[in-house]
Ligand binder design. Structure first.
Ligand SMILES: Cc1ncc(COP(=O)(O)O)c(C=O)c1O
Length: 375
């Protein structure tokens, strides 16, 4: 039977407790949200939704074409200018998603004969970028500049190191200064994915590369998503103008993809303007994460110390994690649940996201529910 193997895979997933289901979220959900990536609480901020509405009214429901044909509006150009200025880079290029931005950056910067050195904890979109790239990939130990150094030493020719800045599973930060140093010793480029750093790390949320003193460097390229702290949708690559020009000419997920919807561009631009006016939101997200971590570990739970706004709490098993998340939900709290194959090490976790707009009472309630429902 066609696709018969799908049923065998489904059965194996059921046996392993790894079945995923979709749960449509009502607009007026009563759940306290510690599962989304809306770190700054901006997705439903009136200025951000108004930015989306205004852009849709002005430019239409879609971008109408690929970026090189009709899909570049003045709004896209303004967003690119503002993103580059905010994060301290020469230029920026907006994509329809952070996923597409990562595929673009890795594939376009890893030609035939090149080496891509990739951290073992990287996000799936960077991994897929490595898979699509013409260069050869070497996966190295997590957050280990010496491992990067050793890998680069094996290769003669163009090379690039790719890493998340904040790892999405455990919320730990990459040693960016050490990675940049290792790359510079070997004349290699550094591509970092700041999906979980933008809006949270660095002065006023300028991101992890800015905090590490790497903003504007001619050998550093940064990818971001507009879908987390900026509360919108889409992605971008930031870097030297010559790299951005190269992507316009060579990156397939830029060239062969319809431009970002104007509403998403308008929302992201409004969020960026708001963040510039209220830079304290970034520090508040970090404070909430630190408080969640302190209170959960005081209950005896095993949680990774957060470097940004992701708090990861160990669960005993995939089934235990699913049950724990379901019990939290039944008690009015929405939390993320990470388990294989989304985690590289087979350890299941609850994944909590700190939001700058959580009140003291909400933090207290969240901690109480997680403690009371622990397996
Ligand atoms: C580290 C990281 N990079 C890239 C992405 C993809 O971004 P987007 O959702 O905009 O495609 C995500 C998650 O969504 C992520 O966590």
């Amino acid at each position: 039977m066609a696709f018969g193997w799908i049923d065998e895979q489904a059965q194996a997933r059921r046996r392993a407790g790894l079945v995923r289901i979709l749960r449509p979220r009502p607009a007026d959900s009563p759940l306290l949200d510690l599962a989304s990536n809306d770190y700054l609480g901006l997705a439903r901020h009136p200025e951000v939704t108004e930015g989306a509405v205004r852009a849709a009214r002005t430019w239409g429901g879609g971008a109408t074409g690929s970026r090189l044909v009709t899909g570049t509006t003045e709004l896209h150009a303004e967003l690119e200018h503002e993103l580059a200025a905010h994060c301290g880079f020469e230029a920026a290029l907006v994509f329809s998603s952070g996923y597409a931005a990562n595929l673009a950056a890795v594939t376009a910067l890893a030609p035939h004969g090149s080496l891509v050195v990739s951290d073992a904890g990287n996000h799936a979109s960077l991994i897929d970028g490595c898979r699509l790239a013409r260069g050869t990939t070497q996966v190295v130990a997590h957050a280990d500049p010496d491992a990067v150094r050793k890998a680069l030493a094996t290769h003669d020719g163009p090379a690039v190191t790719v890493s998340d800045t904040v790892f999405s599973v455990d919320g730990d930060a990459a040693p960016l200064a050490g990675l940049a140093e290792a790359c510079r010793e070997h004349g290699a480029g550094l591509v970092v994915d700041d999906a979980h750093g933008l809006g949270v790390l660095g002065d006023g949320g300028r991101g992890a590369p800015h905090a590490a003193g790497l903003a504007g460097a001619d050998d550093v390229v940064v990818t971001v998503t507009l879908s987390k702290s900026l509360g919108s949708q889409g992605g971008a690559v930031l870097g030297p103008a010559r790299v951005i020009d190269h992507l316009v000419n060579a990156a397939r997920t830029f060239i062969f993809d319809t431009g970002l919807a104007p509403a998403a561009a308008g929302a992201a631009l409004a969020a960026l303007i708001l963040l510039r006016r209220e830079p304290e939101r970034a520090a508040r997200a970090r404070e909430v994460a630190a408080e969640l971590h302190a209170r959960l570990t005081a209950l005896g739970l095993s949680a990774v110390r957060p470097d940004a706004a992701v708090v990861s709490v160990r669960a005993p098993s995939p089934e235990g994690a699913v049950r724990w998340a379901a019990d939290c939900r039944a008690a009015g709290l929405s939390v993320g649940c990470f388990r294989p194959p989304s985690v590289p090490d087979g350890v299941s976790r609850l994944r909590l996201t700190a939001r700058a707009d959580l009140s003291g009472e909400q933090i207290e309630r969240a901690v109480r529910v997680i403690g009371e429902t622990r397996p």
